[in-house]
Design a binder for this molecule. Structure first.
Ligand SMILES: Cc1cc2nc3c(=O)[nH]c(=O)nc-3n(C[C@H](O)[C@H](O)[C@H](O)COP(=O)(O)OP(=O)(O)OC[C@H]3O[C@@H](n4cnc5c(N)ncnc54)[C@H](O)[C@@H]3O)c2cc1C
Length: 387
């Protein structure tokens, strides 16, 4: 590792020792959200939020290698995901690519500081994989868009001040052509948010009902009716480098802890279970090598494009197999929730097992990734399209 990257690592590591992360992992309640907001403020005060953003927008202009180090150090310190992560990883880059200078100056500093939390209002009950089929409509009247419709699976919407919403502004245009992106104030009249309870017991997701919500026309991000192209930037960042490096470290830590737990508890499993453990260790290593290759290619200025679907698909399977192997080898106590005193490692294995089911859905399902690989990497015939 070059000396300046090592220096960067040392600086962050010492800072994290002086500023230990809070013991809250996910914002299920308003109090937990406040703890996470405060943590983001602390990080921001030392310029440790949005390090990949350019210096003129209060980032550090960090290199890809430094972003990898950053994710590694935060994961090793057991730091929780940022409350404002959608703003930092999705909204900021979208505003940099498509927003006006006025919008950037207004929203970007508050995204980093945690003063404004953003959520992503894309998916709808009838528009997930087929996002272009969305039906939430926005009618322009008297200097405002009036937005009516329903969004779903909106992470952290309950604690959000703003949402980036995809809305239909031209119902007569073909589905991809009549969509626009708006910055929607979550506290506006007509916004109703209902939390969804997940199988982990937490409520990270929400349904968001929009009834004639007034959004000033200046909150349009990018040109009207070109929201599909603007959303392309948002989605590319959702599956981007920062995400995979964080996941790589989290899974390296998980496999190391699992092997330690086997030694500590004396549970080794039958030969088939041992093979599953070995497979998981190998898969985490393969994932690391995939990510190293991505890093090298990005540093050379190459685009990753549809090959990111390979890594996304591999990650989802790797994550699910690792947690399934963990509960198989550690036994029934590994299925106890953190509230139970007998839970192994504070319940991390059951929470990981349940959360890993989302891996094959979020950011594009496994089936959609396979379609991309088949059509765009292998040149197979296109799947039938309904629209
Ligand atoms: C952890 C997590 C966080 C999320 N956060 C957000 C968020 O903050 N904001 C937001 O807007 N959304 C969010 N989502 C929603 C996510 O983007 C959607 O769940 C995802 O796009 C799939 O859409 P769907 O759930 O409507 O499933 P559907 O699209 O209805 O798919 C149902 C099934 O059909 C299959 N299928 C669909 N189309 C095809 C096809 N063409 N070929 C083959 N099979 C197909 C799918 O693979 C799947 O198995 C989140 C999801 C998860 C799991």
């Amino acid at each position: 590792m070059p000396a300046h990257d090592q220096q960067f690592r040392d600086e962050l590591r010492s800072w994290l020792i002086e500023h230990p992360p809070p013991d809250v992992d996910i914002a299920g309640t308003r109090e937990e959200a406040e703890v996470l907001r405060e943590w983001q403020r602390t990080l921001h005060a030392a310029r440790w939020v949005g390090i990949h953003w350019p210096v003129e927008y209060c980032g550090r202009g960090a290199s890809l290698a430094q972003v990898a180090v950053y994710n590694e150090e935060l994961a090793r310190a057991d730091a929780p995901p940022l409350l404002g992560r959608a703003g930092v990883s999705l909204v900021g880059p979208t505003l940099m690519a498509h927003g006006t200078e006025e919008q950037r100056l207004r929203w970007m500093p508050r995204i980093l500081s945690g003063d404004d939390v953003w959520c992503q209002l894309f998916s709808e009950p009838d528009a997930g994989s087929d996002l272009a089929g969305l039906s939430t409509r926005a009618e322009k009247r008297g200097g405002v868009y009036r937005v009516t419709g329903q969004k779903v699976w909106s992470s952290y919407a309950r604690f959000a001040d703003w949402g980036i919403a995809l809305v239909r502004t031209d119902p007569s245009a073909p589905s991809h052509k009549g969509i626009s992106m708006l910055a929607l104030p979550m506290t506006a009249k007509g916004v109703e948010i209902r939390p969804l309870r997940q199988m982990t017991g937490e409520s990270e997701f929400n349904e968001v009902f929009l009834d004639e919500v007034e959004v000033p026309v200046e909150h349009l991000i990018g040109p009207e009716n070109e929201g599909w192209r603007v959303a392309g930037t948002t989605l590319a960042n959702e599956r981007g480098a920062s995400f995979v490096w964080k996941e790589q470290v989290l899974h390296q830590i998980a496999i190391d802890l699992l092997l330690q737990a086997c030694q500590r508890t004396g549970r080794r499993g039958d030969p088939l279970t041992r093979q599953r453990l070995a497979t998981s260790w190998i898969e985490v290593e393969i994932f690391r090598l995939h990510n190293q290759r991505t890093l090298t290619r990005l540093e050379r200025g190459e685009e990753i494009g549809p090959e990111s679907s390979l890594v996304k698909l591999f990650w989802a399977g790797m994550s699910q197999r690792l947690y399934e192997a963990a509960v198989a080898v550690l036994g029934p106590d590994a299925l106890l929730l953190p509230t139970d005193e007998h839970a192994v490692d504070g319940g991390r294995w059951v929470l990981g097992l349940l959360a890993s089911r989302a891996a094959s859905i979020m950011g594009g399902t496994n089936e959609i990734q396979r379609n991309v690989i088949g059509e765009r990497l292998l040149g197979l015939p296109r799947e039938p399209r309904t629209r």
